[in-house]
Design a protein around this ligand. Structure first.
Ligand code: UDP
Length: 405
């Protein structure tokens, strides 16, 4: 199939760890690669955010990335991108209508991409599949007035849910949220993200360890809702262990990062500063080294649409302590591949980490089960096959039925 993926702010080519570059970038890159490997013709459309970017790039993974001129050719925070979705859509419609390459289906990632895809799809007859990656209702609930999303986001997301040909949700929790918003369950298919089982393996190079200290690893963009503050507070109950935080700006720039400073100040206030290390952003290809170096991976977000890092840890054979939110409830089986605790509860988190670090047998059992679960259920090949089934269904539903005389 000819497949267009729209990912307005999250380029599959971006460096990860920064404020707006994380799971969606990985998801789009891996899904595009897996679909291309299955023989599909895939183009990913993302906003051109630098004058240095060529119009189109052929990736080593066999798909194209097309840089769409919409808004200034410079980085723009995702919460201010909405006005550029109209020119984005017009550009897509012109391309798809020109006859050079018309997709059979467009898959939008994030709500703003959905608006652009729907607009272009309406003008060119291309069906649209929507994946949200994050929902405005959930963000507003947790962030309150700190949520800088454009006004109207929740309404747009609801409208998209009924206007697109199909919604691909990533977890059971997301389905529940969408139903509560008024999107009919019958319009959704659940397909989880995957994990790159070649990049994330239990055997391979290991990041250097400190003698005599167990390692608690936590990974993600340095934003408050990722719960790094709770992990640092939890370290008070975890003696003889260091906490390594991967993510944020590159190592050279981390000293000036306001979020990093906040975490250091908190570590000092908790009396654990000598056991907390912020290593900054790590390139995707080096992430396996860090996961493998950990005794336990902690994923403690306040909320999480899907959460790739627990799965990446599981694929490296690392037991997980996670908060029971969003997609983590689907990926981590409590008491079998890891432990789940309530969000924003550093005492419960500390107790769970402490218990697991004190119990080698339990860690081994969790690690084995986690690896097995990641391999059986979360390969990108499997995810791509399920998504391709959705594409086939929406294109078939659009085809006029032939009347046999
Ligand atoms: N990541 C990375 N380098 C970093 C920090 C994160 O490559 O320094 C990757 C991580 O391996 C994962 C993604 O960024 O693939 C984060 O995805 P997740 O779903 O956990 O969080 P999101 O960023 O979508 O909120």
């Amino acid at each position: 199939m000819r497949i267009a993926m729209i990912s307005e702010h999250a380029s599959p080519l971006a460096v990860l760890g920064g404020e707006d570059a994380g799971g969606q970038n990985t998801h789009v890159a891996e899904l595009a690669a897996a679909l291309a490997a299955a023989g599909h013709d895939v183009r990913v459309y993302t906003r051109r955010d630098s004058v240095a970017l060529p119009v189109s790039v052929r990736t080593a993974d066999g798909y194209d990335v097309v840089h769409v001129p919409a808004g200034p050719p410079e980085p723009v925070g995702k919460d201010t991108l909405l006005p550029y979705m109209e020119p984005f859509a017009t550009w897509l419609a012109q391309q798809w209508g020109s006859g050079e390459w018309t997709p059979e289906v467009a898959h939008a990632h994030f709500w703003m991409s959905g608006l652009a895809a729907l607009n272009a799809g309406r003008r060119t007859g291309v069906p649209v599949v929507q994946t949200y990656h994050a929902l405005g209702t959930v963000k507003r609930r947790h962030q309150g007035i700190q949520d800088t999303s454009p006004a109207g986001r929740v309404d747009y997301e609801r409208i998209l849910g009924v206007a697109v040909d199909r919604v691909v949700a990533q977890s059971r929790d997301e389905v529940r949220e969408l139903v509560a918003m008024g999107v009919p369950r019958s319009r959704m298919t659940v397909v989880p993200s995957g994990v790159n089982l070649r990049a994330f393996t239990p055997v391979g190079p290991v990041a250097e360890r400190v003698d005599g200290l167990a390692r608690v690893l936590t990974v993600g963009r340095l934003v408050e809702r990722k719960g790094f503050g709770e992990v640092i507070r939890a370290m008070r109950a975890v003696p003889d262990a260091e906490c390594v935080v991967v993510g944020g700006p590159p190592a050279g720039a981390i000293d000036d990062d306001p979020q990093a400073r906040r975490l250091w100040a908190l570590a000092a206030a908790c009396g654990v500063a000598d056991r907390v290390r912020l290593v900054g952003a790590v390139p995707r290809e080096e992430m396996g080294r860090w996961y493998r170096s950990a005794d336990v991976l902690v994923a403690a977000p306040w909320y999480e649409p899907f959460g790739l890092t627990p799965l990446e840890g599981m694929a490296c054979g690392v037991p997980v302590v996670g908060t029971a939110v969003g997609g983590i409830v689907d990926t981590v089986v409590d008491g079998l591949t890891g432990d789940l605790v309530p969000p924003r509860d550093p005492d419960a988190l500390g107790a769970a980490i402490h218990r697991l670090l004190a119990d080698r047998e339990r860690r081994l059992a969790y690690a084995t089960a986690a690896l097995d679960r990641a391999r059986e259920r979360y390969s990108w090949t499997r995810t791509a096959a399920q998504v391709a089934e959705v594409y086939a269904a929406v294109t078939a539903a659009r085809r006029p039925t032939r009347v046999v005389a």
